[in-house]
Design a protein around this ligand. Structure first.
Ligand SMILES: [Zn+2]
Length: 208
């Protein structure tokens, strides 16, 4: 009997679909699906339904690209948030990591990625143009570059610092500093380190 005749079609389909998620290879898909199927029926259903709800209701904010279930997002639509402070992050989960500190009073801009030449991701693939528009429109006084402390995050921050400096010479540009260890993803940084790295952010002055 051929393998296709033995292997259940719904299982094959579930595995194939999960593989479509970036960074989920066959292994990731296999771990997710088989472990999910080990759970009790009721639990599985809850998980799948919560995913379905998330997929249905979450979209990038039309202003800052933060994943949100209302548009504009809760940060952008809060009149107490100061639009003249703009914190630039790679992904929504980074902004939410900072939100968890309940200290930052500015707004965010989600790049939807980072510059990664090896993967063919260039500035045009990110939300850089919209970032420029927002700096102008909101009369931003400080841009805080909070991309991840790894090679690609650094390269992205350097690129942004240059283009922002060129277009808006008066805007202060700062980079979160590292209490965060190089290579730590912002999303998973412990609260204290993340808080320190934002508080002790450094202004970027010298750009070659
Ligand atoms: Zn928003």
């Amino acid at each position: 009997m051929a393998f296709e005749d033995v292997f259940p079609e719904p299982l094959k389909e579930a595995l194939d679909k999960i593989t479509l998620i970036p960074s989920y290879g066959e292994r990731g898909a296999s771990r997710f699906v088989y472990n999910l199927l080990k759970l009790e029926q009721e639990k599985r259903k809850e998980i799948v339904e919560s995913l379905a709800r998330a997929v249905e209701s979450l979209k990038p904010c039309s202003e800052c690209y933060l994943l949100t279930d209302q548009d504009p997002c809760r940060v952008c639509s809060d009149p107490k948030r100061l639009k003249k402070f703009l914190c630039v992050v790679e992904e929504s989960q980074d902004a939410y990591a900072i939100e968890r500190l309940e200290r930052y009073r500015g707004v965010y801009h989600v790049l939807q990625g980072r510059i990664a030449p090896l993967e063919g991701i260039s500035p045009q693939d990110l939300t850089v143009e919209k970032l420029m528009e927002r700096i102008e429109k909101n009369k931003v006084v400080e841009v805080i570059l909070a991309t991840n402390p790894n090679a690609e995050g650094e390269a992205t921050a350097n690129y942004l610092a240059k283009v922002i400096r060129d277009r808006f010479p008066k805007v202060k540009i700062s980079r979160i500093s590292y209490g965060l260890q190089f290579g730590t993803l912002l999303e998973f940084a412990d609260t204290l380190s993340l808080e320190k790295s934002i508080e002790s952010r450094k202004e970027i002055e010298d750009l070659e």
